[in-house]
Write a protein that binds this ligand. Structure first.
Ligand SMILES: C[S@@+](CC[C@H](N)C(=O)[O-])C[C@H]1O[C@@H](n2cnc3c(N)ncnc32)[C@H](O)[C@@H]1O
Length: 476
């Protein structure tokens, strides 16, 4: 995938089904009567489906086969969404440095020594291999970890690249301090491929350079000195992995390569009418003109970008999905309750940010409401609590039927999320190719450079798993 024809189909598809990615907050399910806006054939099917519907739905949500007897129009949309979204399998790619998973085992001992979770160790180990290859090929003398956080990647890079200067940049000073502290005490074992070694010792000879700074396309070039750099980022939020880092790569002579995995797409700037150069989507001329010419009413909004990280395909346990779906059901019902229960005390409709709640809140609707109201500061006295319990008793819905409907809507939306993420990533690829002068249907071009988009992490371990790698053609 990646040609303009594929992009055309992808944008058309998202444009056609825009309501699913952009048209509603699921917690307004009851209040806005969202079910009435779903295709009547699908509604009828969900309401009439047999008792094993939820089981099938969970299977489909995790990438399983769509049952033959489901409506043709529904199967078609699901299949097209799956076809248009970028694939998620990790394929060996020696040139970039992507090895098969079985080459490395992240056991408890490796995690303990590296002081990282299994997920983090998996990510930094695989990413650092790619970075090392790029730094070697580009003869880079410095690597800059942008949005370095607690320094998990930074410290492994310092260990693997003893002759290179390693920078750790983050806008959060507490994280920079934590990272510094970690760097002086960590004992890092990158399992069998590298001997266990004390980073603190190494730090005395070649210390990591820590910088607290909020980066944007203007500040990053200012921080860079005259060296040969590789810019890297692990789960760099929003525009950091897009506009900021990609533009810096293209505009700064000294930046020879970039290796970045993005996340938090909802933080991409899509709303700056006064200054289009600050927009994080679309970045490429190709995608911009495709939208302008063929889909002028299409755009990615904050809400549609929040769906980009929505997927159940990486869940390996149906009960975890079921509990997430139950959370959506409770949240929607809670919104309904809030509007009738002393509305004077509540915020305007839809403005309550409930977020994560303690595990006990997921047991039943009553526990959910008590936990949510406590978190929102709405249960300030015994009297208020009593009135809340009364109000909960008055909420009457056909629980099983509503749960099915909400589960269906949530799973449907999860089919579009990976398509949105794919569009964002393909746009970034196009932008890099345009900037380097590489033909859009090629990965590399003699004398210009190369651009890759590849799956790097195991999807079940880390669903934001796609790495963007670009290199300039200067290898001297
Ligand atoms: C999701 S965390 C990832 C941290 C680290 N790379 C990791 O994988 O553990 C993103 C980090 O980027 C930092 N960050 C976000 N926007 C930034 C910006 N514009 N400039 C510098 N740091 C930024 C945040 O403070 C946060 O530490």
């Amino acid at each position: 995938m990646g040609t303009s024809t594929d992009l055309h189909t992808l944008v058309s598809f998202l444009s056609q089904h825009r309501w699913w990615i952009d048209g509603f907050h699921l917690f307004d399910f009851f209040c806005d009567n969202l079910w009435e806006q779903v295709d009547p054939e699908w509604r009828e099917f969900v309401d009439a489906a047999s008792g094993d519907f939820m089981e099938h739905l969970l299977h489909v949500a995790t990438g399983g086969q769509i049952p033959e007897m489901w409506p043709e129009s529904l199967k078609a949309v699901m299949c097209i969404a799956r076809t248009l979204a970028l694939g998620r399998r990790v394929e060996r790619d020696e040139e970039i440095g992507i090895l098969p998973e079985e080459d490395v085992v992240y056991d408890d001992e490796a995690c303990r020594l590296a002081a990282m979770s299994r997920k983090k160790l998996h990510e930094v180990d695989r990413l650092s291999r790619v970075i090392f290859r790029v730094a070697e090929r580009q003869n880079a003398d410095s690597i800059i970890d942008v949005g370095a956080g607690h320094g998990y990647l930074t410290h492994l890079l310092a260990h693997q690249n003893p002759s290179r200067r390693i920078y750790a940049i983050d806008c959060d000073d507490a994280r920079t301090c934590g990272s510094k502290d970690r760097g002086t005490r960590i004992v890092l074992s990158n399992h069998h491929r590298h001997p266990t070694r004390i980073i603190a010792e190494h730090q005395k000879e070649n210390p990591v350079i820590y910088v607290t700074a909020r980066l944007d396309p203007q500040t990053l070039p200012e921080i860079l000195e005259a060296h040969r750099y590789v810019l890297v980022g692990l789960h760099s939020c929003g525009d950091l992995s897009g506009l900021t880092m990609l533009r810096t790569f293209l505009e700064c002579e000294g930046v020879k390569g970039i290796v970045v995995v993005g996340c938090c797409y909802h933080r991409i700037c899509v709303d700056r009418e006064d200054d289009e150069s600050q927009l994080g989507f679309p970045l490429s001329n190709n995608v911009r003109s495709l939208i302008q010419v063929h889909h002028p009413s299409f755009s990615l909004t904050y809400r549609s970008l929040t769906t980009a990280c929505l997927t159940f395909a990486s869940f390996d346990n149906p009960s975890t999905i079921l509990s997430a779906l139950r959370g959506h059901y409770h949240r929607s019902l809670f919104e309904l309750l809030l509007r009738s229960w002393e509305p004077a005390h509540t915020l305007p409709p839809g403005q309550h940010r409930v977020g994560g709640l303690p595990k006990a809140a997921s047991t039943d609707f009553r526990s959910y409401c008590v936990a949510a109201c406590t978190k929102l500061g709405l249960c300030t006295s015994d009297e208020r609590r009593g009135s809340l319990i009364d109000a909960i008793g008055k909420v009457e819905v056909d629980r099983e039927k509503m749960m099915r409907r909400i589960a269906f809507m949530c799973v449907m939306r999860s089919f579009f999320g990976p398509c949105v993420e794919s569009l964002v990533l393909l746009d970034r690829m196009m932008y890099l190719k345009e900037g380097l002068g590489i033909p859009l249907d090629q990965d590399k071009h003699e004398g210009k450079g190369r651009v890759w988009l590849n799956n790097l992490f195991d999807y079940a371990e880390s669903p934001r798993n796609m790495v963007v790698v670009a290199e300039k053609a200067t290898c001297v």
